[in-house]
Design a protein around this ligand. Structure first.
Ligand SMILES: Cn1c(SCC(=O)Nc2ccccc2)nc2c(=O)[nH]c(N)nc21
Length: 285
């Protein structure tokens, strides 16, 4: 897969695995009266994640939690635009925008965002054209169903890794046909999006198969229910399990790891990468 990705004014070195830090944008936090406090808190959180080694800050305005209320594109834009603008201006951060909305993609790419992170893989009306026009790299993620219902009874007629690969192959083809060059694409199996625990474990175990697309793989398992289901831990006690999963994802070819806990994950994937690279130094020259 490509060793570097052009992300707007940033160049992202993907010759080694990178950490994407999750910035929680609490609903309506920037559009109401408490404007500056919430924005300052978000900037401080982002600054800390960058200091801890995050290469990318992921900002999302629409909660994708199962059963979450849907927001209009304008409401989503009102939430994310101020923080994207501030992250770019104050921290010169490489910002990925977690959105499925064409409007948000267009506006935030103008504000200096460096990556589009779409959990709906550009399926929404106008999203593909907006992504093409933005010139930014796009992460295409697999998911089955909609947030409200996807976890009721996930099921696949073929092995889940085949369904994911087939879906991503189709989305890649659609993007290329629309003039979004392949080199701008990242792939993501979408852990927890329409998958049972068994599906999630199988997907991670067989993730090496997705490397055949020769595109960078992005994974997000941080604090997700797959950890709680195995270890019986509440969401605030899932760091240790998440570190194990991040290391295993790197062993299986993941290049961007989307997490809440940046410093700990940077160390875990640093060790996993060192082991992966062992014995390859002679390959270098
Ligand atoms: C925006 N986004 C999300 S939101 C779900 C989430 O974090 N839930 C969650 C958060 C905290 C605790 C438990 C669950 N997951 C992914 C992912 O796996 N890949 C990519 N590319 N983007 C993603």
């Amino acid at each position: 897969s490509p060793q570097a990705l052009r992300c707007g004014r940033h160049q992202l070195d993907l010759s080694y695995p990178r950490v994407m830090g999750i910035l929680n944008v609490t609903p309506d936090s920037f559009s109401d009266g408490g404007h500056h406090v919430a924005l300052d808190d978000a900037l401080r959180h982002a600054e800390r994640m960058l200091a801890e080694g995050a290469a990318i800050i992921d900002v999302g305005g629409e909660s994708t939690r199962p059963g979450a209320a849907s927001v209009t594109a304008q409401e989503e834009l009102d939430r994310v635009a101020p923080i994207v603008e501030a992250l770019v201006r104050e921290l010169d951060a490489l910002v990925s925008v977690d959105t499925s909305s064409a409007l948000v993609m267009r506006e935030t790419s103008q504000l200096g965002a460096g990556l589009i992170n779409d959990v709906r893989a550009l399926e929404r009306e106008g999203a593909l054209e907006a992504a093409v026009t933005s010139g930014l790299p796009v992460c295409l993620m697999h998911r089955q169903g909609e947030p409200g219902t996807m976890q009721q009874a996930p099921s696949y007629s073929v092995p889940v890794e085949e369904a994911v690969a087939a879906y991503l192959a189709e989305r890649i083809a659609v993007c290329e046909a629309a003039g979004l060059e392949r080199e701008r694409l990242l792939l993501d199996p979408g852990f927890g999006f329409g998958k049972t625990l068994a599906h999630n474990l199988r997907l991670l175990n067989r993730m090496q198969h997705l490397t055949t697309f020769a595109l960078p793989l992005l994974v997000g398992m941080s604090r997700k229910s797959m950890i709680g289901q195995v270890l019986d831990r509440p969401v605030e006690e899932r760091l240790h399990g998440g570190l194990a999963l991040s290391a295993m994802a790197v062993e299986r070819g993941a290049k961007i790891i989307r997490v809440h806990d940046v410093a700990a994950t940077a160390d875990a994937i640093g060790m996993a990468w060192a082991v992966c690279q062992e014995g390859r130094e002679h390959e270098a020259h």
